[in-house]
Design a protein around this ligand. Structure first.
Ligand code: FES
Length: 191
């Protein structure tokens, strides 16, 4: 249930660890998200609506609320962008979870302060483009993002149902531009 080969991405597996999901022990690799580890373990329903309908992965980039889970006592954690940790306790939840007033988090990252000339919030296409322009002007910006990697919407799968055909809307997979030696227009190696 894990991708091993991909035409353009390399998968480097971290150390094997375990965490619990609703009391069940799940194996995972450091560096993968909770949702990825649960998907690999065959878990498809991450939470349920108040009406009892199962909810699972939807956007997979932290931009919806389909994968909200309770992690180490903290409700409404997005499982698709939260890395697994050894010994973590993950529970499915019903509807939006509420924080217990007496709750004290077990893991709290210390706050860091940094003085920078320009801070860019968001490492998606706009943030990266702004950072690139600033670098050209000799300014070194700090780019911050809620995700552990750059890209934002760039790493989201393309939609099949809207957009411009000229911009390859509806095309899935990896598009290869022709090299200097010519060849065909390109190759869709999807899905
Ligand atoms: S699946 Fe959309 S935020 Fe996780």
């Amino acid at each position: 249930m894990r991708l091993v080969h991909h035409p353009i991405l390399e998968f480097k597996r971290g150390k094997r660890i375990t965490f619990s999901f609703d009391g069940r022990e799940i194996e995972a690799y450091e560096g993968e998200t909770i949702a990825a580890a649960l998907h690999a373990a065959g878990v498809r329903a991450l939470s349920h609506t108040k009406q009892g309908s199962p909810r699972g992965l939807f956007c997979a980039i932290g931009k919806c609320s389909s994968c909200l889970m309770t992690v180490d006592g903290i409700p409404n954690v997005r499982a698709c962008v939260t890395p697994v940790r050894e010994g973590m306790e993950v529970c499915s939840q019903t509807g939006p979870g509420a924080i217990d007033p007496g709750f004290r988090p077990r893991h709290r990252a210390p706050a860091k302060r940094r003085a920078v000339e320009v801070a860019i919030v968001g490492a998606g296409p706009a943030g990266l483009s702004a950072a690139h322009t600033l670098l050209e002007w000799g300014v070194r910006p700090l780019v911050v993002d809620e995700n552990p990697h750059l890209g934002g919407q760039l790493i989201k799968q393309t939609h099949k149902f809207f957009g411009s055909r000229a911009e390859r809307a509806g095309t899935r997979g990896v598009f290869h531009r022709p090299g200097p030696g010519g060849g065909s227009e390109g190759e869709d190696r999807g899905p």
